[in-house]
Ligand binder design. Structure first.
Ligand code: ADP
Length: 424
């Protein structure tokens, strides 16, 4: 099997986002959770494979080691080109990890130059004169300046990246990008000959990213957010839209929610208001030793098998604060992950074949509990929220893993109602 492109994403939900972008560009795309090894099996005939790591905020040497291992694995699968996916807000610090990881990938590939563009126009992320904007604000004026892990107080990408690499960084400006693919290629060559290793490109629109993708087709390593990935995908010889993966026709549907994000709370409220069965898990009772999982399964067994169910730990800010005050943040998280991971395994044992999971950490707990290491990416229900297909010991499982704040308020009801109708 030969991949056209191998991608390394620096976090799990970023992996889903970039995998959805490759698929929109018509590539049959697999998503692999965590550093793969010799036993990791990809779905057949993929054009693109995304390895989703947790390397955004880990120490730089760990991020480098994990990324190099992922690159080596992608090469064993035949990947001709490597895409390093980071956040569209360039989440990093002067210590990394974007600079050190990109340098290590270039060193191993024997490459002397790479193209960077974090723009993601549908999400309001654009780059102009090397400055990163979030909608109408410079990154450094946006709420990202208060990010809890990587506060972004500078918007100048050349300055940001120069602090993270000993190599030279330079810009291809928007005027050049607008002149088209040949102009960008010439500018890349000129920078390369002048000893520049990291070339940042401006982009305001998806068309600009398509130009950059076509100009970067021959580079062994490219870096950016999901937008440039889609541009690259479109630049590969036309393969038409990736065929739709049929959702399982049999089996029950469930939502497991562990996210406390505002959007997930809205989605839960929408599901409840639609009159569908939902159950809140009592995390404090579980911590006190009550068999909350057994009670949830008894409740599940009593529901109408033709209707989707929702089981959630998600809590309002007040409830979350109260539980964390009593158990501690780490213990509360461990309880929630054990409850929802365990329920995912027990529900699939009981015949659930369509499973929607809300929350980044929660998604990690569920895939681990199900033993799912790689999935095939299917249709998107909302931007950046695709259905995926996982091979499990029960056969094909349609799995939707969404970051807490993703998806429209009606996502739960719409995604599961659509699939139910599709199965009829
Ligand atoms: P998001 O994508 O919104 O960040 P995550 O699943 O990554 O969602 O994180 C949600 C966090 O909230 C998890 O660490 C989870 O353990 C915690 N959590 C969820 N429900 C509760 C609850 N009822 N009490 C305490 N912590 C909770």
């Amino acid at each position: 099997m030969t991949l056209r492109i191998g991608c390394i994403a620096d976090d799990f939900t970023g992996g889903t986002d970039v995998a959805a972008a490759f698929r929109r560009a018509g590539l049959r795309t697999a998503l692999v959770f965590g550093t793969p090894d010799a036993t990791t099996v990809l779905p057949a005939d993929c054009d693109a494979a995304v390895v989703a790591l947790k390397s955004r905020s880990t120490p730089a040497d760990e991020a480098v080691a994990d990324s190099r291992a992922a690159q080596r694995w992608l090469w064993t699968k035949g990947a001709a080109q490597i895409y390093f996916k980071y956040c569209s807000t360039f989440d990093s610090t002067p210590h990394g990890n974007i600079g050190p990881v990109t340098d290590a990938l270039l060193d191993d590939a024997g490459a002397t130059v790479t193209l960077h563009c974090p723009a993601s126009p549908p999400n309001g992320r654009t780059v102009y004169q090397g400055h990163l904007f979030v909608h109408d604000q410079l990154l450094s004026d946006s709420p990202l300046r208060h990010h809890p892990l990587n506060p972004m107080t500078d918007s100048a990408l050349i300055r940001l990246l120069s602090a993270q690499t000993p190599h030279r960084v330079a810009l291809i400006d928007w005027t050049t990008v607008r002149r088209g693919v040949d102009a960008v290629r010439d500018a890349l060559t000129a920078h390369q000959q002048a000893g520049v290793r990291h070339v940042i490109a401006d982009a305001l629109t998806d068309d600009d990213l398509a130009v950059l993708g076509a100009a970067a087709l021959e580079l062994p390593v490219i870096a950016g957010a999901a937008g440039l990935a889609e541009g690259i995908g479109h630049a590969y010889p036309a393969q038409g839209p990736a065929p739709a993966e049929p959702l399982p026709r049999e089996g029950r549907a469930a939502v497991l929610a562990g996210s406390c994000s505002a959007r997930t709370l809205e989605q839960i409220a929408h599901f409840y208001a639609a009159g569908l069965p939902s159950l809140h898990l009592d995390v404090l009772a579980a911590a006190a030793g009550r068999d909350v999982t057994g009670e949830a399964l008894t409740w599940y067994d009593a529901q109408d098998p033709d209707r989707p169910v929702l089981i959630y730990a998600s809590a309002s800010p007040e409830e979350l604060a109260a539980v964390q005050a009593q158990l501690g943040v780490a213990e509360a998280a461990a309880q929630v992950e054990e409850l929802l991971g365990g329920l995912a395994a027990r529900l699939t044992d009981r015949g659930v074949r369509r499973l929607l999971v809300a929350g980044g950490e929660t998604s990690g707990a569920v895939t681990t509990a199900l033993g799912v290491r790689a999935v095939l990416v299917g249709d998107e229900a909302d931007p950046g929220v695709p259905w995926t297909h996982a091979g499990t010991r029960h056969g094909d499982l349609a799995l939707m893993l969404k970051s807490g704040n993703f998806g429209a308020p009606d996502l739960f009801t719409r995604a599961l109602a659509t699939t139910t109708e599709g199965a009829e």
